[in-house]
Structure formats: structure tokens, C-alpha cells
Write a protein that binds this ligand. Structure first.
Ligand code: FAD
Length: 499
């Protein structure tokens, strides 16, 4: 085993996703005369481009995948090592990589992301979508499919069911309404007709450079060592998500259920079970499938219904990739499986920080912020972790970054602009919260979450132009009780009013 050591140890970031790449870049900028290492299992590095501060807390950016040399040309003091970390010894301040190298560190920032939580493991009929490669595998399988099942109700499932064309989709969710990670039932009602309507023209081609599985195969990397980075907001753009049928959307939602069992075709035939046909638009009662209908797999839902399909997409969230790091060390691990970090992104082990999907924010958060494993937060945490590491090295104190004051996320669902602010779903606010709503079918949905006359959160769907004003009202916690429902009166120009 080879050993690479620097006097006092290297500054090392693990992970080439958004959190790790942002952290490494920031560290390299803070310590221009020091070599910093970026150790990553993936063959490409994510980079944020065209970062635009839309308002105080809302940001907009594009994400590209870049080969290593681009990063090293920009930051000659970053050395990228393409190998997965297989072990860490926090006492000795050392890590070991799959390629047999050993590195000592002065400070370490773990940004190894997460992996999809699969409902069934190692089953060729169950796919998880996490990185470019798994997305491409999905696309390939979809191109031959007539019907698929999507299980899960988060952002990935929402995007998928909307984007897929030419294929029937059975969408199984455990909640009463779609997208409940992001919306309440009202917003779900607003969106659902768009799931059934024809889709507008296809999105623009994807601007991202793609480095694919073929490249990794060419390099002889075995499949189980290909820990790619998570995709992000535009992952399906430029990717044709089309099945074999000449149909646009055909989605049937099964509410309040989970996957109970899966049968392969032969097993299903032996057990002499029957499945249901795809329910017609709006109908809840499925008719029995015809005798000629055969499917590679059959799913049995907890509500007793059985459907056949070509394969299943498991979109039930991610589990933080902590195994190599906790093998020989005792980290404080949160209930959701993430490495607990304090307000300076420090884990429970000295000189080890963490950022992005792998960590769980365990400080007392501001009353208007919550962690969600999102692209924006991966960038913000990676940036802030680097600042905290630099402050610790130079013995300076550091204030918590402003981005942790207010939760702010802008995205697109069903082709609508969606902005979520603060306690947008009334998270943790208790019973005395009040909701103000304004909805114009097919056009916009505006919800303000109020408590004691203060605005605590908001959901804005469509081109509402309210994000900046609402952000200010939430941040300054102005008493708005005297305005009552007038606050959302479309005839009042609220922007002018509060400027
Ligand atoms: P990752 O991007 O997962 O990067 C982890 C890095 O660590 C990778 O480079 C990996 O190779 C490396 N790694 C893993 N293990 C090791 C190891 N042992 N040693 C060395 N390196 C290792 N977020 C949004 O905000 N909006 C969206 O619309 C959205 N859509 C999404 C759609 C999909 C399909 C998915 C999967 C995610 C989506 N997300 C979205 C979430 C977002 O992509 C993630 O929150 C974000 O990318 C996390 O970044 P990260 O850097 O923490 O982790």
C-alpha cells in the first residue's frame, strides 16, 4: 500500500458532487499556496455555472459535469484523485482509497452524497435513479416499455411522471395527495389536471456535457465501484423519456398505498393470480386485465390491487453514503442516517466536516429554515463548510451564513415555476397557523402561511412575481394582521405596497 502524506496533513474533500466540488474550489481559493485534495469515486466533477442571486436567498444556477482537467486548470492547487474512499481512521487522521493509497489529513470534509433507497434490492426489475448512468439505463429500458410503475412521492417521482410519454404509468404513493414533500393537497389539486393534459412542446436540449457509462467501462471500472453524483434540477432535459406507445401522458395514481409484493411472470402464472387493466381516465375501479395481457413483473399494492408492468422505478429518497466513514469510527449519526453536523459543519469527530446530502444539520436552526436534500443546499453547505475549515485553520471566528436564515427553493414541476419559502407547508408551526390562498386554475397558485399576523412561509406556483416581496415579508416578520385577506388581493399591487 502506498502512502501520501503532507507535513501536518492535507486538506481533503471527499466527493465530486456539488457539495464536494464547491467546497474544494472554495478551499483552493482560500489557500492558494496549499495543495488541496479532492478524492472522488466519480470520473467527472460537478460544477456550478451561471450562478444568479434571484433575491436575497433564492438562487438560480446551472450544473455541468466536467472532466477533472478543467477543475485543475482553474485551480492548479487542487489535485483530484479518482478513487473511492474505503476506510477512515479519525484517530490517526488517515484515509485509504480503493486504489490502495493512504492519505493523512489536517482537515477533512466528507461530501459523499447518498444512494437511492430501493424498495427491493438487487432486482433487475427495480431501478433507482441517482446519477447520469442510472438515468440513461432508465431511458433505455423505458424506450422498450409499455407500462411502468413509479413508487414514491418526492421531487424525482413528480418530475418523472410528468416527463414520461408513450408509456402507461402506475404511480403508487403513500400519501393522500401528490408531491407532499413540496405541496399541500390544494397545490396538488392545482397540478393534477396538468398530469392528465397533453404536454406542451419538448424542453430545450440539455446543455450539460455528459460523460457516460461507456467511458467508465472503457476505463475498466467495475459496476459496484461506480458511485456517481446525484443528478439535479435539469436531469431529464434533452433526454427523451419515451416508451413504445403513441400516447402523451397516461398516469394513474394509486393513493395511500405501498408496494406489498412483486411477482415475476412465471410465479404469477403458477399462483393463478389476476391483475387489473390500466384504469381509464378518472376511474378508480380497475377492470380485470384481459387474458392476453402478459407482463414481465406484477406488483401487488397494500390496497390489494395488482398491476402488471415492464419494470418498477423506486423513487423513495436517498440514504446518506456513510458506510466507509463509520466502519472504524464512532460518528454521531442522525435518525435519517446522515452524519450530524453542528453550526460550523463539524461532525462529532475532530477535524472532520461534512456537507450536502451526506450530512444532517443538527444545530438549532433558524425558525424559518429546514434542511432538505436539494441541489441548492448542497452548494450552500459545501461553500460554508470550506469557509468554516478556513476559519478553523486560521483561528478566526465565523458567523453562520445568511442562506441558513430562510429556506428558499425554486424549481419547476409540471412546467410551472415553483418557489417555496420558509415554513411553506407550515412545518412545525402547530395548530394556530392560518393559510391565505389565491388560485387561478391553470395559471397560478399562491399560498401564504401566517402565524400571529406574520408570514412564516409561502408556496408560489406559476409566474406570480411575488417571490421577492414575500421573501422580504417573511424575513422582516412584519405584523400583517391589519391587511387580512387583502394581502393576496390580485387587484392590489403588493410589490408597490411594501416597497
Ligand atoms: P452527490 O451529488 O451525490 O455527490 C456525491 C459525490 O461523492 C459523488 O461524486 C460520488 O462519486 C462521491 N462518492 C460517493 N461515495 C464516495 C466514496 N466512498 N469515496 C469517494 N467519493 C465518493 N435537487 C434539487 O434541488 N432540485 C431537483 O430538481 C432535484 N432533482 C433531482 C433528481 C434526481 C433524479 C436526483 C437523484 C436528485 C435530485 N435532486 C434535486 C437532489 C440533488 O441532486 C442532490 O441533493 C445534490 O446533488 C447532492 O449533492 P452532494 O454533492 O451532496 O452529493
Amino acid at each position: 500500500m502506498a502512502s501520501r502524506s503532507a507535513p501536518g496533513g492535507f486538506i481533503i474533500t471527499v466527493g465530486g458532487g456539488i457539495a464536494g466540488a464547491t467546497c474544494a474550489e472554495q478551499l483552493a481559493a482560500q489557500f492558494p499556496s496549499k495543495e488541496t485534495l479532492l478524492i472522488t469515486a466519480s470520473s467527472v466533477i460537478k460544477a456550478v455555472t451561471n450562478l444568479r442571486q434571484v433575491s436575497k436567498t433564492l438562487e438560480d444556477f446551472e450544473v455541468v459535469e466536467r472532466p477533472t482537467h478543467v477543475l485543475q486548470e482553474r485551480y492548479p492547487n487542487i489535485k483530484v484523485i479518482h478513487s473511492a474512499v474505503k476506510e477512515l481512521d479519525a484517530t490517526q487522521h488517515k484515509i485509504w482509497t480503493e486504489d490502495g493509497e493512504e492519505y493523512n489529513y489536517e482537515k477533512l470534509c466528507i461530501c459523499a452524497g447518498g444512494k437511492p433507497k430501493l424498495i427491493i434490492h438487487e432486482n433487475p426489475y427495480v431501478l433507482g435513479i441517482r446519477d447520469t448512468d442510472s438515468a440513461q439505463e432508465f431511458q433505455k429500458r423505458l424506450a422498450k416499455a409499455k407500462r411502468i410503475t413509479v413508487v414514491g412521492n418526492g421531487g424525482i417521482a413528480l418530475e418523472l411522471v410528468y416527463e414520461i410519454e408513450g408509456c402507461e404509468v402506475i404511480w403508487a404513493i403513500k400519501d393522500k395527495a401528490i408531491g407532499n414533500t413540496f405541496f399541500d393537497a390544494g397545490a396538488a389539486e392545482f397540478l393534477i389536471p396538468h398530469l392528465r393534459a397533453e404536454k406542451p412542446e419538448a424542453a430545450l436540449p440539455c446543455k450539460r456535457t455528459r460523460y457516460t457509462m461507456e467511458e467508465r467501462i472503457r476505463k475498466g471500472i467495475p459496476e459496484d465501484e461506480q458511485h456517481g453524483s446525484a443528478l439535479g434540477p435539469d436531469w431529464h432535459e434533452g433526454m427523451e423519456l419515451k416508451g413504445t406507445k403513441e400516447i402523451s401522458h397516461k398516469v394513474h395514481v394509486e393513493f395511500e398505498c405501498e408496494l406489498d409484493r412483486m411477482y415475476l411472470q412465471e410465479e404469477f402464472a403458477v399462483l393463478q393470480k389476476t391483475s387489473l387493466a390500466f384504469p381509464e381516465k378518472g376511474s378508480v375501479e380497475g377492470k380485470e386485465a384481459t387474458a392476453e395481457e402478459y407482463w414481465p413483473v406484477y406488483i401487488q399494492l397494500s390496497n390489494g390491487r395488482i398491476y402488471g408492468c415492464d419494470f418498477i422505478v423506486s423513487a423513495t429518497g436517498v440514504a446518506p453514503n456513510i458506510e466507509p466513514f463509520i466502519k472504524s469510527n464512532t460518528f454521531d449519526v442522525a435518525e435519517d442516517g446522515g452524519l450530524k453536523v453542528d453550526e460550523h459543519m463539524r461532525t462529532s469527530q475532530p477535524d472532520i466536516f461534512a456537507a450536502g446530502d451526506i450530512c444532517t444539520a443538527s444545530w438549532e436552526p433558524n425558525s424559518l429554515w429546514q434542511q432538505m436534500r436539494l441541489w441548492t443546499q448542497a452548494r450552500q453547505m459545501g461553500y460554508y463548510a470550506a469557509k468554516c475549515i478556513a476559519a478553523e485553520i486560521s483561528g478566526e471566528s465565523i458567523e453562520m451564513d445568511f442562506c441558513f436564515e430562510l429556506f428558499a427553493h425554486a424549481t419547476k414541476f409540471f412546467n410551472f415555476k415553483v418557489v417555496l419559502l420558509g415554513k411553506y407547508n407550515g412545518q412545525g408551526l402547530g395548530a394556530d397557523q392560518e393559510l391565505l390562498l389565491r388560485c387561478t386554475k391553470g395559471h397560478e397558485y399562491v399560498k401564504a402561511v401566517m402565524q400571529n399576523g406574520r408570514m412564516m412561509g409561502a408556496v408560489l406556483i406559476g409566474e406570480t412575481n411575488l417571490e421577492e416581496t414575500f421573501e422580504n415579508l417573511i424575513l422582516n416578520q412584519m405584523d400583517l394582521s391589519s391587511y387580512g385577506e387583502e394581502l393576496l388581493n390580485p387587484n392590489i399591487d403588493i410589490e408597490d405596497y411594501f416597497d
